[in-house]
Write a protein that binds this ligand. Structure first.
Ligand SMILES: Nc1ncnc2c1ncn2[C@@H]1O[C@H](COP(=O)(O)OP(=O)(O)OP(=O)(O)O)[C@@H](O)[C@H]1O
Ligand SMILES: [Mg+2]
Length: 236
């Protein structure tokens, strides 16, 4: 579903050129749960931004469902992001003045659906992440893990074909991290949601189907995992 070819990103800092990605090629298949790993500065966030159409590559192509996204103009890119992509970042970026339900509805409304439709869709995804009893809470009235689950619900509400998560567990303790990863596992398994997630944590690997290791802006290894979470569960 996503085909990346010869992807390059060079940042310009004054006269200094910072090569963040140096000719990366790979494919992501529908339903994959892909981990992006590698040392700090290796280009993981840069890659996620390019794949998520939040930034432009210096060279190379990204094809999504057969469409070369460099052929899209700015409005089409925005539309594509709203309709097809979901994002979860390290800081959950919830709106402090809005309740849990309203935070999720805000994203749904951006798609131009009616208020009633958005309410139903938002209530549904919040129930999937186990927050039905927190709809009227403000973000500050939630635990870190619950806030992250609101961000997950929000990223899912428009049924994106692909979900991008940049270190979504970075601010969470192990128990809450596991709850978030279990949530990802569920939506990947049950809804067939494609997920690309950046992580630093060794133990997160058990959840990924496949891991791409970046180093100095290049793919160092591309590893398909035989025993991911799905297999483990049958034993526990
Ligand atoms: N806006 C920018 N301007 C200039 N250089 C940048 C910019 N963003 C990132 N870089 C540089 O590009 C390289 C890759 O950065 P990137 O953020 O993709 O790394 P990362 O793998 O996500 O690292 P981390 O694990 O620390 O988040 C780094 O050397 C970084 O300093
Ligand atoms: Mg990063």
């Amino acid at each position: 579903m996503i085909r990346v070819f010869g992807l390059e990103k060079i940042y310009h800092l004054g006269v200094v050129k910072v090569p963040a990605l140096q000719g990366v090629s790979f494919e992501i298949h529908r339903g994959d749960f892909l981990g992006l790993m590698g040392p700090s500065g290796s280009g993981k966030s840069t890659m996620l931004h390019l794949l998520g159409l939040l930034d432009y590559p210096t060279a190379g192509t990204i094809e999504i469902d057969g469409i070369d996204v460099s052929d899209l103009d700015d409005d089409e890119r925005t539309d594509y992001r709203l309709r097809k992509m979901g994002y979860i970042f390290q800081d959950y970026a919830l709106v402090a003045e809005l309740t849990v339900l309203e935070n999720v509805m805000l994203t749904a409304l951006a798609q131009g659906k009616t208020d009633a439709e958005c309410r139903v869709a938002s209530t549904n995804v919040l129930s999937i992440v186990g927050l039905s009893n927190r709809l009227d809470h403000l973000p500050k009235e939630l635990s870190g893990g619950e806030q992250q689950r609101v961000a997950i619900a929000r990223s899912m509400v428009n049924r994106p074909i692909i979900l991008f998560a940049d270190e979504p567990c970075a601010n969470l303790d192990t128990a809450n991290s596991r709850a978030v990863l279990d949530q990802f596992h569920t939506i990947n398994e049950e809804l067939g949601q494609t997920i690309v997630m950046v992580s630093h944590e060794e133990w997160h690997k058990e959840y990924f189907h496949r891991i791409i290791y970046l180093k100095d802006g290049q793919i160092e290894a591309d590893e398909r995992r035989q025993h991911h979470r799905k297999d483990d569960e049958d034993r526990s």
